[in-house]
Design a protein around this ligand. Sequence first.
Ligand SMILES: [Zn+2]
Length: 243
Amino acid sequence: MKNWLTSLCVAACLMSGSVYAEAHHGGAHWNYDDHGPAHWGEFGETCAAGKAQSPINILTNQTSSLEPSKSITLAESVNSNASIADNGHAIQATIDNGGKLTIDGIDYKLLQFHFHGKSEEMIDGKQYDLVAHMVHKSADGNLAVVAVLFNEGKKANPMVQKVLDNVGKTTSINPSELLPKQNDHYFHFMGSLTTPPCSENVKWYVMKEVQSATKEQITAMRHYYDHNYRPVQPLNGRAVESK
Ligand SMILES: [Zn+2]
C-alpha cells in the first residue's frame, strides 16, 4: 500500500511539475480568458508588435473602390469530405479537397473554415452574432480569408446546421453553401491571423451580405465558445477597399 501511494505521488508530482513548466515557459496555451488577447504577445510577438492586425472596425464612409487586381473569383463549389471538430478555440471544418479563390491569377485553396461568436469584424461599430472565416492558402504559402457574417434571424442557415450536427464527425460538404448569394460585394484590407501567432500579410475579404442564423443555431454554436473573438485592432493607416 505504501509503495502504491508513493508511486501515485511520484506520478502526480511529475504531472503537476510539467503543468507548471508549461504554464511558465512558453508552453501554455493562449485562450480568450486568463491567457486572453491582452497577453497574446507572449505567444506570438506580432500579436503585440504588429501594425497590420486583424480584426478591424470597417468604417464604410472611409473606404475606397477596390482595385480590380484585388478582386476575388470564387470557385468553392466542390463536394468534399470535411472533418468537423472543436479545435480548442473554435468549431472548425477541415476540408479534404476544397475549392479555391483566385486573386490576380493566383489560386488560393480552401483549407478550413471555423466560427467565432460574436463576430470579430465590426462594420461601423456593429458586431454581428457569428462569423465564419474561410481560410485559403496559395502554393507559395500566402493566406486569403473570406469572412461571412451572421445575425440572428428567422431563417436557419443550412451550413451552420450541418456543422453543428457533425461536430466530432466526418461528413460531405459543399463549402460554396456557406457563401452569400451576392458574393461579389465585399470589403478588402490587409491584416493578420486573429489568433496567435497573429502573422500578417493576410488578405481579408469581408462579405457585405449578412446571413441569417436562428437563435437556436447561434446558441448551439456559442455553447462551445461564447466569446472567442479578438477585439478590433488599430487600422494604422491601412486602406480598406470596397466592392
Ligand atoms: Zn477566425
